[in-house]
Design a protein around this ligand. Structure first.
Ligand code: ADP
Ligand code: MG
Length: 713
């Protein structure tokens, strides 16, 4: 009997082979690779090139044309350095191939001598010139290719500290791929899915991501591997979502009770279509036995607060409690003011009372609420005498007891994961999980939402309340433009309206930021705006001082509020019609958009002025984007294009670690495709059980937190 042929290799198999099964990887290199987090063959094959050296245009030295760009492969014959006047150093190297020699010169690049040791093979590219009859390139690009062949030579991410060359990495993964050839690669992605998107096999993909013959092969390989990465992330998120829905019981809320109906009826305006839609979606979740886990995305001023309050009231009218968590104390206070105001005249049923009801109670719980006041709020929360509590994240982390927490709204940019959810579950003695609504302060791009918040359902407020006149945004590029800005501030003040002046953002130093705000304040008060009454607001003021200034501004006692970015979110003064942002080039798109959203909240025409005379080219694109549109969703996409995903994803997403090749920016279409496929697979009759190999791949790439989660399910 002969051995039956071994089955194709799975990624788990590859993860089981240590990297030193490649004979040329000895103990020293093994240790060095470990520093690159490469210890298995799988790690090696998924350590992808950062870029490729394109040798398709390569010629011989003899064929190089003076005055034109050229690419050649040659061997270093000699290399020397020479001191020039004024401490400059010139490195000269001679390169030869079968057809001739060329000289290369570099200035002040001492390390070239070490790099270009005689005998080294390099690819060099640059413009060819003539120096006394010899061909020459001055400061050309140089790539060490070793003895690697191929038209596209992979260049791997390198680090100074790790003694592994890109040529070695290329050689080793080449050897690994040869070893894999007899068994081939197993492919757990259904053939139908591969066919749908024209995806190549895994074998093809691994070979061609490392050693492509053509650009097309390389692109096809990348697409396949990008899809696989995104599919893993989405499978993880979709499974997590379904797991939560399956395993935790939510409260079946009473959605058509008296309170919410009354709340909607007494509003001085109609809900927008988008608000109504979001409320319906949320109600459906609240009514169901599955706990809600939903993201509410909406542009600045789209009216998220109303939607959130509606959800909180659903809890209250069924005899439960609502909690609203804000990212900062200032915002919590702001929300507390707003919500208290909205719910001033409402009452809730109370059998212990001879009237059968009592006023609805909204309380604030932050670190500033202390002593007897705090004790009372805590006691009343536990007794069910407080209906809605507003505070920071501490609300669910600390020892705050609720009688029956029904709905939690998180106004966030924060992490809210499995652990926080568990904390919530503990809040209810019934073991029922409160429903959770997460609100983002500014829109985030679709693909980022799918990845960062991929385990949530999403409602979108893509419509502004009617009657808003769009904010006119302009970019003031110099003193003349600025003069006009201050003139407008004066005339708006004369008409009884108000202005915000936001001072330069100074990262890392609140002290400097405060000083710059004070300077702007004094300059304006002593100059252009000397006839107006100005207030100053910054982060170093005590909460009481801040509140006092805000109160004066709200009351209209101040014409102008000079502030740092503390006013970024939540401040709502409908009478403010002008927003001036000093040194606007320093701000990011989302922040500028958020700041601009502080005006345009009343019925009067509003203006936003971006002051910036010298900006980077990125800054220029940002400011131009702001001038050209007020649509936060459009701006979010521009932001993703300009900054890449890193900053947008922030620290929230752990799944991001798994994305080695995929980019939320470049691969938008693939994110959506992978998500669709993930739902198809997870929601099919047998779910992922039908795709055990695919399921087994997830823990190979996911961080500890994720695998811990998978173990639990
Ligand atoms: P954001 O989405 O930025 O949190 P808010 O909830 O603060 O927006 O709402 C912004 C302003 O719009 C508030 O003054 C609010 O009263 C008002 N508003 C909300 N919904 C409507 C509506 N349907 N019609 C008119 N004004 C509305
Ligand atoms: Mg529910």
């Amino acid at each position: 009997m002969s051995d039956s042929p071994k089955p194709p290799l799975t990624l788990a198999d590859l993860d089981g082979f240590a990297v030193d099964t490649i004979s040329s990887v000895g103990p020293k290199k093994k240790a060095a690779l470990k520093k690159l987090e490469i210890s298995s063959i799988l790690d090696l094959l998924t350590y992808y090139p950062r870029r490729y050296i394109d040798r398709t245009n390569q010629t011989t030295i003899a064929d190089l044309v003076i005055g034109e760009e050229g690419v050649i492969l040659g061997e270093v014959v000699r290399c020397s350095s020479r001191r020039l006047q004024g401490k400059r150093t010139m490195i000269t190297a001679t390169l030869s191939d079968a057809t001739g020699q060329i000289s290369l010169t570099f200035f002040n690049q001492h390390w070239r001598e070490k790099q270009l040791q005689p005998g080294t093979t390099v690819v060099v590219y640059g413009k060819v010139s003539d120096y006394k009859g010899t061909k020459q390139m001055s400061s050309p690009g140089v790539d060490l290719v070793g003895d690697q062949t191929g038209k596209f030579v992979p260049v791997y991410p390198q680090s100074e500290k790790v003694k592994v060359s890109t040529a070695e990495l290329g050689r080793w993964n080449g050897l690994a791929l040869v070893k894999c050839e007899p068994r081939g690669f197993s492919d757990p992605v259904p053939a139908e899915v591969l066919g749908r998107w024209g995806l190549v096999s895994r074998g093809h993909a691994f070979n061609n991501i490392h050693h492509p013959e053509t650009k097309e092969d390389m692109v096809a390989a990348r697409n396949r591997l990008v899809f696989d990465e995104l599919l893993r992330v989405q499978l993880e998120l979709v499974q997590r979502k379904r797991h939560l829905e399956r395993t935790s019981a939510g409260i079946e809320h009473l959605i058509d009770g008296r309170l919410v109906g009354e709340f909607h009826r007494q509003l001085p305006f109609e809900l927008t279509g988008a608000q109504q839609r979001a409320i319906d979606e949320i109600d459906k979740d609240l009514q169901s036995t599955k706990p809600m886990h939903r993201l509410l995305q909406g542009d600045v001023g789209a009216g998220k607060t109303l939607v959130a309050v509606s959800a909180l009231l659903v809890a209250v009218q069924g005899g439960h409690q609502g909690a609203l968590m804000a990212p900062t104390e200032v915002l919590a206070e702001q929300h507390h003011l707003g919500v208290t105001d909205l719910l001033r005249d409402f009452s809730v049923a109370d059998d212990s009372n001879m009237f059968g009801d009592r006023p609805l109670r909204v309380e604030l719980l932050t670190n500033r609420v202390s002593g007897a006041e705090r004790t009372k709020v805590l006691a009343d929360l536990a007794a069910g005498q407080v209906d809605i509590v507003i505070g920071t994240h501490a609300l669910i982390q600390d020892k705050v007891d609720f009688a029956s927490l029904g709905v939690v709204v998180i106004d966030e940019q924060h992490r809210f994961g499995v652990e926080q959810r568990a904390a919530l579950r503990d809040k209810n003695t019934s073991g029922l999980v409160p429903d959770v609504l997460v609100m983002t302060a500014t829109p985030i791009p679709r693909t980022a939402a799918m990845t960062v918040y991929g385990d949530l359902d999403v409602s979108v407020l893509d419509e502004l309340p009617p009657g808003r006149t769009p904010i006119k945004t302009s970019w003031a590029k110099g003193p003349l433009d600025e003069e006009l800005v201050w003139e407008q501030v004066r005339s708006e003040a004369a008409a009884g309206r108000q202005t915000f002046v936001v001072c330069p953002l100074i990262e890392m130093s609140e002290k400097l930021e405060v000083r710059s705000a004070e300077e702007v304040y004094e300059e304006l008060q002593g100059g252009q705006l000397s006839q107006l009454s100005l207030g100053l607001l910054h982060g170093r003021m005590s909460s009481d001082e801040k509140e006092a200034v805000m109160a004066r501004f709200r009351a209209g006692d101040l014409d102008v509020l000079v502030a740092t970015t503390v006013i970024e979110v939540g401040v709502d003064v409908p009478n403010a019609t002008v927003m001036v942002i000093v040194d606007a080039g320093r701000f990011g798109i989302a922040q500028l958009h958020q700041l601009r959203g502080r005006v345009g909240r009343g019925q009067h025409e509003s203006y936003c002025h971006l002051l910036a005379d010298e900006v980077s080219s990125d800054g220029e694109e940002r400011l131009e984007a702001l001038v050209s549109t007020t649509d936060g969703f459009v701006l979010a996409e521009v932001d993703l294009d300009l900054r890449g995903e890193g900053t947008i994803m922030g620290e929230r997403q752990k799944g991001q670690n798994d994305l080695r090749l995929a980019s939320l920016r470049r691969d938008r279409a693939w994110v959506e495709r992978a998500r669709d496929v993930a739902f198809e697979l997870v929601d099919s009759d047998k779910g992922l059980a039908e795709h055990p190999e695919l399921a087994s791949e997830l823990p190979l790439f996911l961080g500890e937190v994720e695998s811990a989660f998978l173990m639990k399910s």
